[in-house]
Design a protein around this ligand. Structure first.
Ligand SMILES: C[S@@+](CC[C@H](N)C(=O)[O-])C[C@H]1O[C@@H](n2cnc3c(N)ncnc32)[C@H](O)[C@@H]1O
Ligand SMILES: Nc1nc2[nH]cc(C(=O)O)c2c(=O)[nH]1
Ligand code: SF4
Ligand SMILES: [Mg+2]
Length: 217
């Protein structure tokens, strides 16, 4: 499996934000979002370590961090992912997957499954047409749909998607600014004006703690 970077940090996003997590970032992605902050990991020329699922399991056991976040790139693409998830779950790790909404979750939703944070790519990302809406039927209370917004237009579309698919009844709903593109205050005003109960604003904590471009944190 092509691993672009692996590191221990605090999780800057998601339902376990602020907790320690071990990150595995896979190389390669099937989308090209306008705002992607890890475009470097999507390049075919990006240096990577080639590690087997068993090697990654052994690495995680050595590190001794209970939360594992699989990200990328797009983490649902690499061959061997199902095996890797199985090995991590068998060791008792909490496995969270940050996925882009453009890959079916179905193969990874057996009896024992990871937690998913599914991005819904909004109009300003340029990738909305790739969204797999059937994924919404597979989500559980412990999963999250995350909307990364750049504009008022994105916010309006996020609201439409949440209502159309009844997301507040099935999973968590998070909204997060494209870093530097929209003021968090504008998102809060939108939430207040529309009385968006149950929505949760999230700021990428690692970009506040470290330089926004810093890797490995
Ligand atoms: C780099 S992506 C990797 C996982 C997967 N490809 C995805 O898009 O969910 C991890 C998370 O970072 C978010 N992200 C990427 N660039 C961002 C930016 N400039 N500002 C805020 N969030 C960003 C994505 O929307 C996604 O939720
Ligand atoms: N600290 C930290 N937390 C994160 N949570 C999700 C991340 C990601 O890039 O998917 C990320 C990341 O890159 N760094
Ligand atoms: S799907 Fe994720 S990794 Fe791929 S381009 Fe979009 S934000 Fe970047
Ligand atoms: Mg990131």
């Amino acid at each position: 499996m092509k691993v672009a970077e692996k590191f221990v940090s605090i999780n800057g996003e998601g339902c376990r934000a602020g907790e320690l997590a071990l990150f595995i970032r896979f190389q390669g992605c099937n989308l090209s979002c306008s705002y992607c902050d890890t475009a470097w990991a999507n390049e075919a020329t990006c240096p990577y370590e080639d590690l087997s699922p068993a090697e990654l399991r052994d690495y995680a056991v050595r590190e001794g961090i209970k939360n594992i976040t699989l990200t990328g790139g797009e983490p649902l693409l690499p061959e061997g992912l199902k095996e890797l998830i199985g090995l991590f779950l068998a060791e008792g790790f909490h496995v969270e997957i940050e996925t882009n909404g453009a890959v079916s979750l179905a193969p990874f939703c057996g009896a024992s499954r990871p937690t998913f944070t599914v991005d819904y790519k909004l109009p300003d990302s340029g990738c909305e047409e790739a969204m797999v809406h059937a994924n919404f039927d597979l989500l559980q209370r412990t999963d999250t749909v995350k909307f990364v917004v750049s504009s008022r237009r994105d916010l309006e579309r996020a609201r439409e998607v949440v209502d159309t698919y009844g997301l507040l009844f099935t999973c968590g709903v998070y909204v997060s600014p494209v870093f530097g593109s929209i003021e968090a205050e504008e998102i809060v005003e939108f939430m207040k004006a529309r009385r968006l109960n149950g929505w949760r604003l999230q700021i990428q904590m690692h970009k506040v703690i470290w330089e926004p471009e810093k890797r490995g944190v």
